[in-house]
Design a protein around this ligand. Structure first.
Ligand SMILES: C[S@@+](CC[C@H](N)C(=O)[O-])C[C@H]1O[C@@H](n2cnc3c(N)ncnc32)[C@H](O)[C@@H]1O
Length: 402
């Protein structure tokens, strides 16, 4: 999977807020009606309002448990006209806020043609009123809530719920309404359910070890999952934005879809993943196709997995250039039939090495360029890991002197 994924309760068990261990002797004013009372200054737990910072438009609200402090940090001026609340340690919030200037200067993508409407069997979904050409940006969405994925494990359930509640309350009205209008699917408090149903896992540069976060992007959250999606979403750590781009030409009136997980799973694996992870039964076109169509697709996907495994395990002793080229041809054929092209950069790169190894520089360069373009288009993002791209660029440079 890419550097992000939709958060699902099965996929990310640590997100479950921890049950309280005990009851407090008295009830402080911060208690949520459906939550266990918080015990101020008990068990080394305290609630603090402090940490003034010009970046933030609100005072932070902190919970300190055994020396580990998690706070809500809110700005009303994220990407000029949105609010953003971050639940993290103060140091992490400080580090994350260093991305704000890049966020503000990032391009804007018009959402004028995007329409949220009811989709039978899936609640709402995002549709387009005009054709979107393959490769075009569809959305560049700003998060409204970012929460450390680790914090629920460090605080009691009531404390976690209170941090979420404060993070939501401090958002400007319009943002709070947008967040509260999002889909719920799992029960429990509204904001926890909204986060679990709609947030993406994202890796942020927070200056420390805790780089896993849950990020709530309200427009992307309206996009339903499809096992053969027509769009691709990726998180950009440099700007904290989520980009969605068209994987194929999308006709006017069509629903936009992305994959919440890996795109190469077989039918039963997909059904299990989405049921257990997100509590829904996938009713995308692939999952509701006839038995025959599903079986054909599963056979191809099984072969794709087998080919990938065989190609990955080639060694100096088993190397056979003709065999590799034949296998890669098959991989690309299946990819075309099953919509797996976002996964092909390593295959393009492998072919480049094979041709280079046989002195066929021109072909090697063509495949290396395809690998570079695929990585840039679908995988590598500013602020994210760049090793693959750097390696392919070096390869291209070494082939460049033809
Ligand atoms: C992130 S939300 C997507 C937007 C949502 N449908 C709405 O009304 O706002 C995820 C929820 O949408 C529904 N959903 C998304 N993709 C689906 C699919 N392929 N099949 C059935 N339900 C789906 C599920 O209820 C899931 O919990």
């Amino acid at each position: 999977m890419e550097s992000w994924s939709m958060i699902g309760k099965g996929a990310s068990a640590q997100l479950t807020l921890q049950p309280p261990h005990h009851q407090c002797a008295y009830a402080p004013q911060h208690i949520l009606s459906d939550q266990t009372p918080l015990c101020l200054n008990e068990d080394s737990t305290s609630i603090n309002q402090h940490f003034e910072h010009p970046t933030w438009s609100h005072r932070s609200f902190c919970i300190d448990k055994n020396g580990k402090e998690y706070c809500t940090h809110t700005t009303s001026h994220f990407r000029t006209n949105h609010g953003l609340s971050i639940i993290s340690t103060p140091a992490a919030a400080e580090a994350i806020s260093s991305a704000f200037p890049f966020t503000n200067s990032a391009q804007h993508v018009s959402e004028a043609h995007l329409v949220v409407r009811a989709i039978p069997g899936k609640g709402f979904g995002l549709t387009t009123s005009q054709r979107i050409p393959k490769g075009s940006p569809i959305l560049l969405d700003a998060p409204r809530i970012i929460a450390s994925a680790a914090f629920p494990a460090h605080v009691q359930h009531g404390q976690g719920a209170l941090l979420f509640k404060r993070a939501l309350e401090r958002l400007p009205d319009a943002d709070r309404q947008v967040v509260l209008s999002l889909d719920k699917s799992l029960g429990g408090s509204a904001i926890e359910d909204i986060m679990k149903t709609n947030a993406f896992a994202c890796q942020l540069h927070d200056g420390g070890a805790e780089d896993a976060y849950m990020c709530l992007f309200p427009s992307v959250a309206r996009i339903n999952h499809a096992c053969r999606p027509n769009a691709h979403a990726r998180f950009i750590p440099h700007t904290l934005l989520m980009e969605v781009k068209a994987l194929q030409d999308i006709p006017a009136g069509a629903e936009i879809s992305i994959s919440y997980g890996r795109v190469d799973l077989k039918f039963s694996e997909r059904q299990k993943l989405y049921k257990e992870g997100w509590n829904f039964t996938c009713t995308c076109a692939m999952c509701t196709a006839s038995d025959g169509v599903r079986k054909t697709s599963d056979t191809r996907r099984a072969r794709f997995a087998q080919l990938s495994k065989m190609l990955d395990s080639v060694t100096g002793e088993t190397y056979d250039a003709q065999q590799i080229v034949a296998w890669e041809q098959e991989v690309m054929e299946i990819s075309g039939q099953e919509g797996l092209d976002v996964l092909l950069a390593p295959d393009y790169e492998r072919l480049s090495y094979v041709y280079a190894g046989h002195g066929m520089r021109r072909d090697a360069k063509v495949w290396a360029e395809k690998a570079r373009d695929s990585l840039r288009e679908w995988k590598v993002v500013e602020g994210g890991p760049k090793l693959d791209l750097e390696r392919v660029e070096e390869l291209l440079e070494s082939l460049g002197g033809e």
